[in-house]
Design a protein around this ligand. Structure first.
Ligand code: NAD
Ligand code: DAU
Length: 354
């Protein structure tokens, strides 16, 4: 049986990926390596817990011994690497964990691959990365796989560094690698420090909806299950040594996203739209805030036939309904640490900004 270590499998994308892959691939063993930071939630994995082809291992990828031991124990054929500190605002407040996990953690995994994998062994290190490594676009243009790296935040700089390490281990040591760089995900099981779930939960509680700056920044939104299917397609059929960009072709200004959430919510919970939109508050902007991300995913479409199944409208409807139907999940992530973050991040922002 082929064995795949999935790092960060208790986070947002990792848990959606495992929920998709474990039932569909009984001939593969999925080993979820996750240290369970504030962003993790084992409750997101309750449906696959107990499956014969799924194992959870608690461990920190920035600890080389942990990684070495796990490679000795399971002798994995492949790694799908998602574990990361992933929130830009946190990287601005406290970057150290981003350097540790995203750079040193990736380095440790690559070292373990170098030590344990033999040439021609059919192995693969798939690095799940972000479009933020490319920096910011102006009003026009798209990020392609050839776009020069130009990261803005400590988060994106740490992901850029990890991408470079992955490429270096391929060129220097011949480790078989693939990299996917994806745009903004939204969907079920996302920790509510990110824009979409934060706005949904705040609106439900009648709290303000804090929009940074003028709300004019543009992101290219992709439903998380579409991302997960793209990862698996590249993992299985992509070319070794290649990078594939993944995006939703769904560019929206942040203020449009927030207003769309208000609209879906007002229909779902029958609350007046004006009341929900009245919660929108413009607050101090994020330092170094990238203006616009937009992805050219034509390589993935051309080579592997991928395209997203959800539009932004269908995906957002599914997402809002998921949060409305999963109060127990929400209860479990509203830890003390979550409340501290909300108080710190939003307490320090000026809410009279426009
Ligand atoms: P997340 O923050 O929801 O989850 C990260 C997971 O990694 C958590 O379960 C956490 O416990 C685990 N983790 C953190 N540090 C660890 C460590 N030192 N050792 C082991 N586990 C550790 O993140 P996400 O949104 O699911 O993102 C997953 C990956 O996808 C990241 O690499 C991120 O850069 C990338 N990505 C995310 C998006 C997005 O929109 N969310 C888009 C493109 C790429
Ligand atoms: O582009 C891919 C990236 O998308 C991933 O690599 C990151 O891991 C992921 O967190 C996400 O980064 P963003 O910074 O784009 O996502 P976030 O949800 O934090 O913010 C989306 C936009 O909304 C951004 O322009 C900032 C803005 N924003 C965010 C929050 C949390 C607000 O206006 N108000 C908020 O309260």
């Amino acid at each position: 049986m082929k064995k795949i270590i999935v790092t960060g499998g208790a986070g947002f994308i990792g848990s959606n990926l495992l929920n998709l892959l474990v039932p569909k691939n009984p001939d593969r063993l999925f080993i979820n390596l996750d240290m369970l930071t504030y962003a993790a939630n084992l409750y997101s994995l309750k449906d696959i817990d107990g499956c014969r082809n799924y194992i959870f291992e608690k461990g920190d990828i920035s600890d080389l011994e942990t990684v070495k031991n796990l490679f000795r124990k399971y002798e994995p054929d492949s790694v799908i690497h998602l574990a990361a500190e992933s929130h830009v605002d946190r990287s601005i407040v406290d970057p150290a964990a981003f350097i540790r996990t995203n750079i040193a953690g990736t380095f440790n995994l690559l070292e373990a691959c170098k030590t344990n994998w033999k040439p021609g062994g059919g192995n693969l290190f798939h690095h799940v990365s972000t479009d933020e490594v490319y920096g910011s676009l102006g009003d026009t243009g798209l990020f392609s796989e050839e776009t020069r790296y130009d990261p803005s935040s400590p988060y994106s700089a740490s992901k850029a560094a990890s991408d470079h390490l992955v490429k270096a281990y391929h060129r220097t040591y011949g480790i078989p690698v693939k990299i996917t760089n994806c745009s903004n995900n939204y969907g079920p099981r996302q920790f509510p420090e990110k824009l979409v779930p934060l706005m949904i939960l705040n609106a439900l509680e009648g709290k303000s909806l804090p929009v940074y700056g003028k709300g004019a920044n543009v992101r290219d939104w992709l439903f998380v299950e579409d991302h997960c299917e793209a990862i698996w397609l590249v993992f299985e059929n992509g070319r070794v040594g290649e990078t594939y960009n993944i995006g939703g072709s769904s560019e929206r200004r942040n203020i449009e996203v927030v207003k769309s959430i208000c609209k879906v919510l007002s229909e779902e919970i029958e609350r007046p739209l004006a009341e929900l939109e009245g919660l929108i508050t413009y607050v101090t902007d994020r330092p170094g805030h990238d203006l616009r991300y937009a992805i050219d995913a034509s390589k993935l479409k051309r080579e592997l036939g991928w395209q997203p199944k959800e539009t932004f409208e269908t995906g957002l409807g599914k997402t809002v309904r998921w949060y409305l139907g999963n109060g127990e999940w929400i209860g479990k992530i509203k830890t003390g640490e979550y409340r501290n973050w909300i108080a710190k991040n939003y307490g320090e922002r000026d809410s009279s900004a426009q």
